[in-house]
Design a protein around this ligand. Structure first.
Ligand code: PNS
Length: 161
């Protein structure tokens, strides 16, 4: 049986921390479906099409990856895609409480799907999409924290090119 993981998130935008988790995840799973949250009450900077394109370009060096959008319950999407696991990255202790709640809720909604946490590389422990957006909004240098395509797109979005 193929080990398939869904790696869900807002990816608004994808960061090098996300890419790192995909790379680590591919050592554990046969296939990873990067699932981007689509319709939600959350307000996103990038459209779903922009987020898909940026992830596809950022992960073009990997095989056994699929990029998709989802809405509704994550566990329903995972079941539909015949995934055995939900993959999430864990940075610092501050991530723990939210991740713990999410994992337990997902488990109570569907006991067949396991949440697997992988630890981000130390280099990415302080980065997050929101903090990167905040820096980029005011012209901060975020090179090396995000894939080149994302750096370009953030500069365009905030009018720095
Ligand atoms: O990158 P994020 O924003 O931390 O990802 C959050 C995400 C997409 C994993 C979470 O919001 C999610 O799974 N949303 C879909 C609805 C759902 O199933 N929520 C969890 C049970 S209430």
């Amino acid at each position: 049986m193929q080990k398939i993981a869904v790696y869900p998130g807002s990816f608004d935008p994808v960061t090098n921390g996300h890419v790192d988790i995909v790379e680590r995840g591919l050592k554990v799973f046969d296939k990873i479906i990067v699932a981007i949250l689509h319709n939600s009450s959350k307000k996103f900077l990038f459209t779903i099409e922009e987020r898909i394109k940026m992830i596809e370009e950022s992960l073009s060096g990997f095989s056994n990856i699929e990029v998709d959008a989802f809405d509704g319950l994550l566990v329903d999407y995972a079941k539909k895609r015949e995934a055995n696991a939900i993959l999430r990255g864990m940075r610092a202790v501050s991530d723990f409480e939210y991740e713990f709640q999410l994992a337990l809720m997902n488990r109570s909604l569907n006991r067949e799907i396991q949440t697997v946490f992988l630890m981000t590389g130390l280099r990415w422990i302080f980065t997050s999409s929101s903090i990167i957006k905040e820096a980029a909004r005011f012209g901060g240098d975020i090179e090396g924290m995000v894939p080149p395509v994302v750096n370009r797109k953030l500069k365009e979005k905030f009018g720095f090119v």
